[in-house]
Design a protein around this ligand. Structure first.
Ligand code: FAD
Ligand code: EPU
Length: 303
């Protein structure tokens, strides 16, 4: 990897990924790279491909469980200013993939733009949110459940493939589903979001409502990665785990939250192996009691 010295971004070796995940779990990345700009990223990808070295992208690490042995390849994080910009033009907001959703929401307030308030409180980046198709489930009229996701407001996404070629996808060319998208095969660089002019007071009131409803039922007491499992069709994962009586169940310092059973907490020194044991245990119990197979929502990186 002699070519690493030709890159202009920040390079660190054996960087513990526990510092880059909201779980605060994860062994080291052999190489941790923060490219300075798109050209720097391209140079990295071309060289890594030539040497058959695995490249992984991390956002805010809020939906990620990294194995205790870490990652052998190169982990890329889009922290440089080139990936954090946010501009309003021609009726839409263009935002870099490395931008935190909290900052995106704040910019939308500054520009008097409504439509992305539902993303408030999701601790990810724009890139991670697009790949995961992050969103919420709300009770609508007549208690009917309504799903809202970032795919509802995106109009265009710029990506780079792992050979270093950039391209722009219109929304119609991207497959979005519940907590997944076809963007998974690319590095997301930036996105155009369709928002609408709205009164600032109204935007702030909507934000307050969303944040309050999270505080009411989600767990902020210890590091976690949000819901560990996807909701199976027609069910709430958290409710099924709760009905199995698993709140408080733990392996090592990995523990099922008493507040929300789909949250696994790191109560101190939890290791990935503890979380994985707990995941396997929960899946077995829910399958045997309800015949339902829980699928993890979190991404798991293991060597
Ligand atoms: P990461 O966790 O860093 O990565 C997730 C995946 O995306 C990985 O596969 C990674 O390789 C990939 N990725 C990240 N950035 C890029 C990029 N630029 N290009 C290509 N691939 C990329 N999620 C919801 O949907 N709704 C919620 O309400 C919600 N609430 C949460 C509450 C809490 C307290 C927590 C801790 C998490 C919650 N989450 C929620 C989960 C998580 O915040 C979202 O999935 C978020 O979108 C992940 O973004 P990230 O930047 O942290 O991605
Ligand atoms: N419930 C229980 N016990 C629990 C947890 C929940 O009985 O321990 C019940 C609740 O009382 C409620 C139902 O299950 O009747 C649904 O719970 P909640 O409203 O908390 O929503 P959820 O389906 O668990 C989903 C998303 C969240 C998102 C919220 C709010 C998934 C897997 N989860 O949670 O997203 O924030 O809706 O919209 O889709 C995430 O993806 O990481 C995440 C946190």
């Amino acid at each position: 990897m002699n070519w690493l010295k030709d890159l202009t971004g920040k390079i660190k070796f054996n960087r513990p990924l526990s510092a880059h995940t909201t779980f605060r779990i994860g062994g080291p990345a052999k190489v941790f790279f923060e490219p300075q700009d798109i050209n720097d990223l391209r140079r990295l990808l071309i060289n890594a491909k030539k040497e058959n070295i695995r490249v992984l992208v991390i956002g805010a690490g809020s939906n990620l469980l990294v194995g205790d042995k870490g990652v052998r390849g190169i982990v890329v994080k889009l922290t440089a200013p080139a990936f954090q910009n946010v501009v309003y033009a021609h009726g839409s907001l263009r935002t870099g993939a490395g931008l935190l959703l909290s900052k995106l929401v704040k910019s939308a307030v500054d520009y008097n733009l409504g439509g992305c308030e539902f993303l408030a409180g999701i601790p990810g980046t724009v890139g991670g949110a697009l790949v995961m198709n992050a969103g919420i489930t709300q009770k609508g009229k007549g208690q009917k459940l309504k799903v809202r996701a970032i795919s509802d407001i995106v109009s265009e996404v710029t990506v780079m493939d792992y050979s270093g070629n950039a391209k722009v996808f219109k929304k119609k060319d991207i497959r979005f589903a519940y907590r997944s998208s076809s963007l998974y095969n690319y590095i997301v660089l930036d996105a155009r979001l369709r928002l609408r002019k709205k009164n600032k007071k109204e935007i702030k009131a909507t934000l307050k409502k969303h944040l309050a409803s999270r505080r009411q039922c989600q767990d902020y007491s210890y590091p976690n990665a949000g819901c560990v499992f996807k909701n199976p069709q027609g069910h709430s994962g958290g409710r099924l785990i709760d009905l199995c009586g698993l709140k408080g169940k733990s392996f090592g310092d990995a523990c099922i939250s008493y507040r929300h059973a789909n949250f696994i907490l790191n109560k101190g020194k939890a290791r990935a192996k503890d979380v994985l044991r707990l995941i396997a245990f929960v899946r077995r119990k829910v399958k045997s009691r309800f015949g339902v197979t829980l699928e993890p929502e979190i991404k798991i990186w293991q060597n």
